[in-house]
Write a protein that binds this ligand. Structure first.
Ligand SMILES: C[S@@+](CC[C@H](N)C(=O)[O-])C[C@H]1O[C@@H](n2cnc3c(N)ncnc32)[C@H](O)[C@@H]1O
Length: 525
């Protein structure tokens, strides 16, 4: 849906890199709501609104996974909306509607009400009147058991970001073009970071900001840091604004995994004392301690009932997943702990026989999620009779309690619905029709876990395009050999002699790539 009278915006002139945000997925939002005692709408029959959706990559990918739900996205930029509409047309989807329009003009009568409202990367980058409207919509258009997700830059962490942002804005005024502005912005911060013979507190701040800026795409840096409006808020300020609109705090979309090992015993003791304090006060002090710079806050209507304590009884109704790897076999571990390593570098050691067997089973099923019953059955078969040490002999209670602690510590994720994904490589592997269409259109690729898949080169793209469920390992190997040979012929100008050893090497690479794609959640049944 186009609105022809909208003026071009900076996002029309410089497209914002489109991303996927797993933390905004209805599965995550519904799980967080459920664990606060709410009764969220079923995610396969719900209505989702995304404000400032850009090219709607996030929304389209969710809509594709949930054909029985309805998705609406609005954005001021006509170019990003048109690019989202191209993929909707390619996939012949009927459950997602995009409209180029100002959030301020959004009329409840036109769109109805929603179970989930998402505003990711918008609130801090728009004028005050738009911010107020985002909160107003989050109230007016939200169903009674609905959840609104709003992310924003936060203080105190963003004081450091502001320090370099203001200088970069001043310095880049005189340069033209996104790439030149980004290059000049980074160069200034590098110059200051490396200016002292002996680094001090000032240059240390620049160094850490430089590390952040170096990872940033030029277009994101241009819109996020060089934008004249990039307003951070203290958590309590945001909550006060939300409360003025009769909204209430539910929690954060990303389960807090703040590393306890960073803090002194005294700090941990003082933080534990705060557990009894008001939730908003506690979260604010946590931000002071951790230097939080970004929030992904979940809100509901003020009158919606939330449980005051964690609803333990709901844990067995959820599905668990964990991408860590057990570093030893629990069956062989004896009394020794089993170490679990996450791909992000985190480690946990578990000694309890029931839970180390349970967690090892959950990890072994990645990227699939497993039900409580599956975990329990596995533990009972593997560890007969080894129940709670000195306890009631009740494996179910042990697993429920360990799942809760691991979820709160950010080790295990819980979901209200298991994702549609494979945890083995089938004889003729396939990626989803959505990923196939994204490949054809050259947009970013979505995994079944609602994450973006990076394809480093033409060979990776070609390999992915072959995964349509028609080729076995030999056929995939033959196609990749043909691709490599023709690519070499192109660069070397002539057809190289047949390499007898190439087949075994390529077959091995194909096998490894399939396992790595499977673990990324790219493969479907
Ligand atoms: C930083 S981008 C974020 C895009 C997307 N949500 C993401 O995180 O990738 C901000 C988006 O908000 C949109 N936007 C800004 N002001 C708006 C308004 N008043 N009404 C609708 N969209 C707006 C912009 O066009 C842009 O696409």
């Amino acid at each position: 849906m186009q609105a022809p009278d909208l003026p071009a915006t900076p996002y029309d002139e410089v497209p914002y890199p489109s991303g996927l945000f797993p933390q905004t997925h209805p599965n995550r939002l519904a799980t967080a709501a459920y664990l606060r005692g709410m009764s969220p709408a079923p995610i396969d029959r719900c209505r989702v609104l995304e404000l400032g959706c850009g090219s709607a990559n996030n929304l389209v990918s969710m809509a594709f996974q949930h054909p029985g739900s309805e998705f609406v996205g609005v954005d001021l930029g006509q170019v990003p909306i048109a690019s989202g509409e191209a993929i909707i047309a390619e996939l012949k989807m009927h459950n997602v509607t995009l409209k180029a329009m100002d959030i301020c003009d959004l009329n409840p009568d036109e769109f109805g009400t929603f179970d989930f409202i998402i505003a990711h990367g918008v609130y801090s980058w728009v004028p005050q009147r738009v911010r107020e409207r985002i909160l107003e919509i989050s109230r007016e258009l939200l169903n009674q058991q609905g959840i609104a997700y709003i992310s924003y830059n936060a203080y105190p962490g963003c004081h450091f970001r502001d320090l370099v942002r203001h200088m970069m804005c001043f310095h880049t005024q005189k340069f033209e073009g996104v790439d030149e502005k980004a290059t000049q912005a980074r160069a200034l911060i590098k110059f200051v970071a490396e200016s002292r013979i002996k680094p001090d507190y000032y240059t240390e701040a620049f160094r850490s900001q430089l590390a952040r800026l170096e990872k940033y795409q030029a277009e994101s840096l241009y819109h996020d840091d060089l934008s004249p409006s990039a307003q951070p808020f203290y958590f309590h300020e945001f909550i006060e604004a939300a409360e003025r609109h009769d909204l209430k705090y539910v929690g954060e979309a990303v389960q807090d995994a703040s590393d306890q090992a960073l803090f002194t015993d005294e700090t941990l003791r003082r933080m534990a004392e705060l557990e009894a304090a008001d939730e908003i006060v506690r979260e604010q002090y946590k931000d002071f301690l951790c230097g939080t710079g970004f929030h992904q806050t979940l809100l509901c209507r003020k009158e919606t009932q939330l449980s005051a304590t964690f609803p333990d009884e709901r844990i067995p109704e959820l599905f668990a997943e964990c991408d860590s790897v057990a570093m030893s076999d629990p069956k062989q571990a004896g009394a020794a702990p089993v170490e679990f390593k996450s791909p992000r570098g985190g480690k946990v050691e578990i000694t309890h026989p029931v839970w180390r067997t349970g967690l090892s089973y959950i990890c072994s099923q990645w990227p699939c999620s497993v039900s409580f019953e599956q975990i329990l059955n596995h533990v009972k078969q593997t560890e007969p009779g080894k129940s709670v040490e000195g306890g009631s002999g009740n494996e179910a209670a042990t697993i429920a309690s360990a799942l809760k602690q691991s979820y709160l510590a950010g080790v295990v994720s819980l979901r209200i619905r298991p994702p549609d994904v494979m945890n083995r490589v089938s004889e003729r592997p396939a990626i989803s029709p959505l990923a196939q269409a994204q490949l054809r259109l050259g947009t970013s690729i979505s995994t079944q876990l609602h994450r973006s898949m990076k394809l480093p080169d033409a060979a990776s793209k070609h390999f992915l395009s072959l995964l349509d469920g028609t080729r076995d390992l030999d056929a995939l190997t033959a196609e990749m050999i043909a691709f490599i040979t023709s690519a070499r012929a192109e660069t070397e100008g002539e057809r190289p002699a047949e390499d007898a050893g190439i087949e075994a090497g390529v077959k091995e690479r194909v096998k490894n790539n399939l396992v790595s794609l499977m673990r990324s959640g790219m493969l479907v049944a």
